[in-house]
Design a protein around this ligand. Sequence first.
Ligand code: ARG
Length: 240
Amino acid sequence: MAQTTGPRWALEKIKDRGTLIIGTSAGFPPFEMMKDGGGVEGVDIDIAQKIADALNVRLVVDNYDDFSMLISALQQGKVDMIVAGMTITDARNESVTFSMPYYKADQALVVLKTNDAIQSTEDLAGKKVAVNTGTTGQYYVEDELPGVDLNTYGTASDTFQALIGNKVDAVIIDEPVANNYITDDGPYQIVQVIETNEFYGIAMPKTNADDLIQEVNRILGEMIENGDLEDIISKWSKAA
Ligand code: ARG
């Protein structure tokens, strides 16, 4: 007799496999950065580890050199979820389901300290601006700053490489990440915070993942409630 096997549910699949495979894109400190000697660490990795622990499975971190590949990796089932400082947007909501928000961020305009010509986004016409490919920073420039020469880079850290290498005039990137690159004696400065009011969420598949989404929201909610999330964020924040 033909047996109808229903869809395989995401959480069930993870538990059977014994591993939680997350997709991320390092070079985005303090959320995900490469460790000396390999591997990825940061806020998102600690959050993912908590989730793996709660599910009683091993965490596997799949690092993508190009942030913009993450959603298709999720859709193809290569990863179980994306934990990559990914902003919850209406457009992305068409292809993934987000968890509850776990962090709020804006964008920042960064230039070299030696640059006094660019003081705000008004000064960017005709200028080369670096963004991380497929991010809300890119969409902001495309939507709000026509006339800018847009230069896209697979990772956030590459945008800063381009800036220090004088390949671009400015970087537009998530403010907490920009902040991470700023030091008293370093070369970069934030000249404007662009209030985009973004919220990061964990992206999960749109179909057959209700069990996983529920569980991730439960775990995240608990981490918010008991202070674990705050502890993780302050652990990775630059000492003021
Ligand atoms: N929050 C921005 C977005 O969702 C940037 C995220 C970039 N993340 C990364 N791991 N490179 O588009």
